[in-house]
Ligand binder design. Structure first.
Ligand SMILES: *[C@@H]1O[C@H](CO)[C@@H](O)[C@H](O)[C@H]1NC(C)=O
Ligand SMILES: *[C@@H]1O[C@H](CO)[C@@H](O)[C@H](O)[C@H]1NC(C)=O
Ligand SMILES: *[C@@H]1O[C@H](CO)[C@@H](O)[C@H](O)[C@H]1NC(C)=O
Ligand SMILES: *[C@@H]1O[C@H](CO)[C@@H](O)[C@H](O)[C@H]1NC(C)=O
Ligand SMILES: *[C@@H]1O[C@H](CO)[C@@H](O)[C@H](O)[C@H]1NC(C)=O
Length: 469
């Protein structure tokens, strides 16, 4: 990514050259003499720009990852870290409780370097701590700071050993914020009860959250003092939100971070992700594998195949129609395609199908977002296709989605009895260029009556007044 300031400077210099050229070649001396005022303004403005310290756009090298885990869990969780960590590119450390076992020696370069957390028994408050494990974890921020590896760092990004990060998107989202100010950016839980009992104003730790460097600097000087003040708080991320609030940093939510305080099958949620860059996924051991017929680590590697090609579109929903058949297509890029045998509006399909269960049982409302029920009605229930492969062609990316199980229903009789059972795979064509910002993309479906089992979808910009309904 190149910086906007860099471009402005180049433009300024080019502008100046062109201006001088014009003045020298086309204007006679008398004309120039009538223009001194304007020229002065031009000179001052440009000098201002050129004299500003060069502030480049935020990139991955400006992020310091502070990851926490336990050596015992490493065996089951290694894929989650390895699937997103970029050796020699991403910066950071994995803080462990004890030395990793022999099977991890020598330490693999595919992992972040590990550190053994300091012994917190030395803390005066130790006997009174509500949760000693979480305090060990929490102090990783301080220990990272003391490593003095922060040259050029703009943000600390905190995460667990089972947090899956989409780092290009994290860079994209953090670039929106001024890293020279104090910022605390994360996301609350999907489950109302978790937020009610802990806080609606906190970035959940497994989802991961980001602290701007000035905030880190302010925090670390008072971190142990804050642990003493809130020694009775059980959860480290809740303690963090309290410490940051007292430093005057209020929580900012970004919808792409996912704590995933849910159980069961996440496919409904992952098929209707908000229009926001996907930043993280978490809690893989509490939910079913992300894709049917795969194991958990395999399903994480699978979703990263798409994510490694285009994170800007990963899980982004686009909706289009074959009106002659009364069919609606809903694409969740890199994850799934749904076909409904009825016309559904975007406002309806934005709501996830409730294929999952809440973190803790209880009476509704349980989720922080609206849902649709799983339906057995052939007019309401989609045909499900899941991400199969991704391919880069000249100017575009092709993702393919296949039917993993039959729908086992009759066709929708209200809208013409036109069954989509014959379709076995869907191809989605998207541009190589990343999706711009936080906009919604539209699409067109091509359905060849000769080749009844495949259909092609092309993503495109929405027209100015396009209604998705
Ligand atoms: C990231 O920005 C720094 C300047 O802060 C620059 O030196 C570096 O080359 C950039 N890295 C990439 C990968 O663009
Ligand atoms: C990382 O950098 C080191 C030293 O520059 C090099 O030896 C190693 O091969 C690199 N690792 C990868 C995975 O690129
Ligand atoms: C349809 O039936 C098959 C075979 O009985 C079963 O494996 C599959 O899960 C069913 N599909 C759905 C969506 O219920
Ligand atoms: C589409 O559905 C409408 C009812 O919603 C129905 O009147 C129309 O005939 C259907 N179109 C086709 C091609 O069957
Ligand atoms: C669909 O089929 C059912 C049963 O075969 C029939 O009652 C209904 O009228 C059909 N609907 C349309 C729109 O053709």
């Amino acid at each position: 990514m190149s910086s906007p300031n860099y471009h402005t400077n180049i433009l300024c210099i080019l502008g100046a050259i062109v201006a001088i050229f014009f003045i020298l070649v086309f204007f006679n001396q008398t004309y120039i003499n009538t223009q001194p005022f304007d020229r002065k303004i031009f000179t001052i403005k440009c000098q201002d720009r050129l004299l500003q310290p060069k502030e480049t756009a935020t990139n991955l090298s400006h992020l310091m990852f502070v990851l926490v885990g336990s050596s015992r869990a490493l065996k089951n969780r290694r894929t989650y870290i390895e699937s997103w960590w970029r050796p020699n590119v991403t910066r950071g450390n994995l803080f462990l409780d004890v030395e990793p076992s022999k099977e991890f020696r020598p330490w693999s370069p595919t992992f972040p370097p590990f550190r053994i957390s300091e012994d917190i028994k030395k803390l005066r408050i130790y006997p009174k701590l509500a949760n000693r494990v979480h305090i060990r974890i929490y102090r990783s921020i301080l220990e990272t700071y003391r490593l003095k590896q922060d040259e050029g760092v703009r943000w600390y990004v905190m995460g667990d050993d089972d947090s899956l990060f989409f780092v290009d998107n994290i860079v994209d989202v953090l670039s929106k914020y001024d890293h020279t100010k104090k910022h605390y950016i994360g996301m609350f839980s999907e489950t109302i009860k978790s937020n009610y009992h802990m806080s609606f104003e906190m970035g959940y730790g497994g989802a991961g959250y980001a602290l701007s460097y000035p905030l880190v600097e302010a925090l670390v000087t008072k971190l142990d003092e804050c642990v003493e003040r809130y020694h009775y708080i059980w959860a480290g991320d809740q303690l963090q939100s309290a410490c940051l609030a007292d430093l005057g940093a209020d929580f900012i939510s970004e919808k792409g971070f996912h704590q995933m305080d849910l159980h069961g099958d996440l496919s409904g949620l992952l098929s209707s992700h908000p229009t926001a860059p996907l930043l993280s996924l978490h809690h893989f051991e509490a939910v079913k594998p992300l894709f049917p017929g795969m194991d958990r680590p395999g399903s994480v590697l699978h979703i990263m195949k798409a994510g490694n090609v285009d994170q800007s579109r990963t899980l982004q929903q686009s909706i289009c129609y074959i009106r002659a058949k009364n069919w609606t297509f809903s694409v969740s890029w890199g994850y799934s395609v749904h076909i409904y045998e009825k016309i559904f509006t975007r406002s309806q399909l934005k709501r996830p199908i409730e294929t999952f269960q809440p973190w803790s049982r209880g009476r509704p409302p349980v989720f922080m977002f609206n849902t649709r029920p799983v339906s057995q009605d052939p007019c309401e229930a989609p045909h499900w296709f899941f991400f199969d492969s991704v391919e880069q062609q000249d100017e575009r990316v092709v993702t393919s989605y296949t039917r993993k199980f039959p729908r086992n229903m009759t066709s929708c009789s209200l809208t013409g009895n036109i069954s989509a059972d014959l379709l076995t795979s869907i191809r989605v064509f998207s541009p190589q260029t990343p999706k711009q910002g936080r906009k919604v993309e539209c699409c067109d479906v091509e359905y060849d009556y000769e080749v009844a089992d495949v259909s092609n979808i092309r993503l495109r910009d929405c027209r100015r007044d396009e209604i998705i309904a």
